[in-house]
Each structure stands twice: as structure tokens, then as C-alpha cells.
Design a protein around this ligand. Structure first.
Ligand SMILES: [Zn+2]
Length: 427
């Protein structure tokens, strides 16, 4: 996934410490590095770890709790009440372990999160050997995480101070959205992000309802409103951008805002379909996000690629509109660029961090092979991810985590499920 989209047959990647030191033909690399330990051998395709640019990882514990409902009812009647009942540092820690295990096994090596209790997310993520950008959630109403804007901002600043400079955790500020955060909240979130030099992660124009709400409050469409308060620049990663018009696309491009496309979540909540081909044509960096597991219901970027690539063809009535190479760019290099990590991850190139996955190609549904991009995007499944290396460290071997006790993580989830299910059914 380098600038020339180089594909090597019988290729290899040499890793030393946390970094990629060489990429070339395997026979050449084995000659240069005769003592190298070979990790993934025949019948595999190596590619950069996939990047999930919008998630709420800990929500995996609410997977399947409330389905087949409109977004507002789903969020206000089910998800927010469940969060206010259950969220705690312990919940976020345990749920994030499950989410990271799920993501790693699906070939995701970096995720961009927005949630609360970030220290717990960070510790759980590190314990699974994964990389993450973690946004400290800020919203204009009290939650278990904080009661006032001052408290939310103080929490965010403390969290960022705890993790800034870490090699695996990239903290940021995450004001929830333009309809759930007023102009004062957005301005102060932006100031904090500037002062601490971190990213801003938010939801934007996910539903038609939310767009109308912002127009009635501020007299402008959401992107124009955000621009009028000076919020938009290359710090901002905006999730969804479903209901945006051509003027707004132009403005997002001009301000170098990047967009996380969460197609499966948007489909399931019937929020609509983001104008992705138009955004890409306008020069916007568009990447892929799973969103939380309560609205998707899995953390799987391989399937997001497949869904996005197929759906936009049908919508545009044009099968050339989002090809497999573009889909894989969205899931790798463009995702890295959106997170400000373009020089570190997103492609297999000398000098970059060794975030590498291997997909096992010796499967009926991956045979024969004419075009490897086509196979990765249209045919591969999460269960085909055989090997995952993050920062030079192998974390998944033969489809299993090499360090953590997977059964213990599943058992903890079942214990939480028992508690949550009893409470939920008593309502
Ligand atoms: Zn979201």
C-alpha cells in the first residue's frame, strides 16, 4: 500500500525491533538476514494492519442489546440508559479487552475510539498489544464520566497528559457531535486539542434529524456552522458525514477534515449513505470505521471494505466507482493519514512501524487467485487472518492471541452479559 501500490510475489518483510527494515523478494531478504526467524510462510498475503477510524470499542458489551430500531430511539431509549447504568472503569477495561481481541483477530491493528474512562481503554488496549487513538468523550449532559463541561475538559486533559508520547496510545479530544455539544463546548474542545497538539474526533451529520436540528438552532447546515465557529481543520476526524451537500463537501476538503465512513452502521440504523465517491473526488481523506458494536454489530474492517465497495457501485449505478484498491487504501494508508500517523503506519515500507497482517490464502473461497486486491476486499473473511504483528511484536499466531487467555476474556463477557440481560429484561 505504498504510493505506487507495489505488489510483490514471493515477497517478504524484514522486521527488526518495532520497525520494518526491509521489503523485497524473500530469497533476497533471507540472504541479507540469514538468521531471521520466519513468521508467516507459504500461501499467505502480507498487508499492513487494517485501521478502524471510528469505534466505541467498549460497546461490544451492548452487542445485540437493541436492534432494528431508529437511531434516536435506539440511542436515547436503549444505549444511553444502558451506558448510564453500566459504565465504569471495570466495564470499559473488560469490554475493551473483548473488542481488541475481536479486532486483532479480524486484522485490525489500530483503532480510533471515542468513549469514556480512557485510562481503562488504554490499559486494556496495551495489554492486548494493539495500537489506538483514544478520544476522551465530551458531551453537553451529565454522564457517569463527568457532570459539567469543566469536568469533561479536565478529564480529557488529564487523560491526554497520562498517555501523550506513548508508542501505542494516541490520546485525543472527542466532542460527541455538533448537535450534542453546543458552540462553547466545541470551541473549548478545539482549544484544548490545539494546546495539547492532539486530534479531534467527532460525529458529524449522521442523520437527517440531526442536520435539521442544527439548521433550526444555528441557521446553517452542520459543516457550514462548524466552519463559522472556526472548528474545522486537519485536526478533525469526522465520523459518518452521511447528509452533506456539495457545498459542505467542498468545505470539508478545503479545511482538510478527514471522514470516517461507517457504512454498515449507517445501513443498520437506516441513517442513509454517505456520498463517498464525491468526497474522494473532492480530495477528502476518507477511511473506514465500524462504529460501536451496538450498531453494526461487529468490529470487522474486511467486511466494511466489501460492503462499501459494493454498495457505492449500486448507488452510483457504476461498477468502477469504488474499486478494490481504493477500498483497501481507505482501510490502510488513508486511515493512517486521517489519524496523523501516515509516516508511522498504513503501508509496508522501510522505516514504518511493523504493523503487519497475514491472510491465509489456502482456502476454497480464496482460490484461484488472479487479483490479490479483489481477494482481500471481496472474498477474505476475518477468520482468514492468520497472523498479526503490531509494532514488531506478534500478537496473533494461527488465529489465536499469543499472550492473553481468550477463554478468560469470553468468560468475563458472559458474566457481564448475565448482569446486563437481567436488568434489561426487567424494564
Ligand atoms: Zn459513533
Amino acid at each position: 500500500m505504498d504510493a505506487g501500490l507495489t505488489t510483490l510475489r514471493q515477497g517478504a518483510v524484514a522486521v527488526q525491533g518495532h520497525a520494518i527494515v526491509d521489503v523485497g523478494k524473500s530469497k533476497d531478504l533471507l540472504r541479507i538476514y540469514p538468521d531471521a526467524r520466519v513468521i508467516a510462510e507459504e500461501n499467505k498475503v502480507l498487508l499492513p494492519g487494517l485501521i478502524n477510524t471510528h469505534s466505541h470499542a467498549a460497546m461490544v458489551y451492548f452487542r445485540g442489546l437493541a436492534d432494528d430500531l431508529p437511531l434516536r430511539e435506539w440511542l436515547e431509549k436503549h444505549i444511553w440508559p444502558a451506558e448510564s447504568k453500566w459504565l465504569s472503569t471495570e466495564f470499559v477495561n473488560d469490554a475493551t479487552e473483548l473488542a481488541c481481541l475481536e479486532m486483532l483477530k479480524a486484522g485490525i491493528t489500530t483503532y480510533n475510539d471515542m468513549y469514556f474512562f480512557g485510562d481503562s481503554s488504554a490499559r486494556a488496549t496495551r495489554s492486548l498489544g494493539m495500537r489506538a487513538c483514544l478520544g476522551a468523550g465530551i458531551i453537553d449532559f451529565p454522564t457517569v464520566a463527568a457532570s459539567t463541561l469543566d469536568e469533561y475538559l479536565a478529564n480529557a486533559e488529564r487523560f491526554i497528559g497520562n498517555w501523550k508520547g506513548d508508542d501505542m496510545i494516541f490520546p485525543c479530544v472527542a466532542p460527541h457531535g455538533a448537535h450534542t455539544c453546543g458552540p462553547e463546548t466545541l470551541r473549548r474542545s478545539k482549544k484544548l486539542a490545539e494546546r495539547l497538539d492532539v486530534k479531534l474526533h467527532m460525529h458529524l451529520s449522521e442523520t437527517r434529524w440531526e442536520v435539521e436540528e442544527i439548521i433550526s438552532r444555528h441557521g446553517k447546515r452542520p459543516v457550514e456552522y462548524l466552519d463559522s465557529i472556526g472548528f474545522l481543520d486537519d485536526r478533525v476526524i469526522a465520523a459518518h458525514c452521511v447528509h452533506i451537500d456539495d457545498t459542505e463537501i467542498g468545505l470539508l476538503s478545503k479545511r482538510s477534515v478527514s471522514v470516517s465512513h461507517c457504512i454498515e452502521s449507517n445501513l443498520k440504523l437506516a441513517s442513509g449513505i454517505a456520498p463517498v465517491p464525491q468526497m474522494i473526488r473532492a480530495g477528502i481523506t476518507v477511511s473506514l470505521g465500524t462504529d460501536g458494536a451496538a450498531s453494526n454489530n461487529d468490529q470487522n474492517i474486511l467486511s466494511e471494505m466489501s460492503t462499501a465497495a459494493k454498495l457505492h457501485k449500486a448507488i452510483a449505478n457504476d461498477p468502477t466507482v469504488l474499486d478494490s484498491k481504493t477500498a483497501l487504501l481507505m482501510a490502510t494508508r488513508w486511515g493512517a493519514e486521517a489519524l496523523g500517523l501516515g509516516s508511522k503506519i498504513g503501508s509496508l515500507e522501510k522505516g514504518k512501524e511493523a504493523d503487519i497482517i497475514a491472510i491465509d490464502l489456502k482456502k476454497p473461497h480464496l482460490t484461484p487467485i488472479y487479483d490479490i486486491y479483489s481477494h482481500i476486499v471481496y472474498s477474505a473473511m476475518a477468520s482468514d487472518v492468520d497472523t498479526v504483528i503490531v509494532g514488531g511484536k506478534q500478537v496473533i499466531k494461527n488465529r489465536n492471541h499469543v499472550e492473553v487467555n481468550e477463554d478468560a476474556i469470553l468468560k468475563k463477557a458472559a458474566e457481564w452479559q448475565a448482569k446486563i440481560a437481567i436488568h434489561n429484561s426487567s424494564h
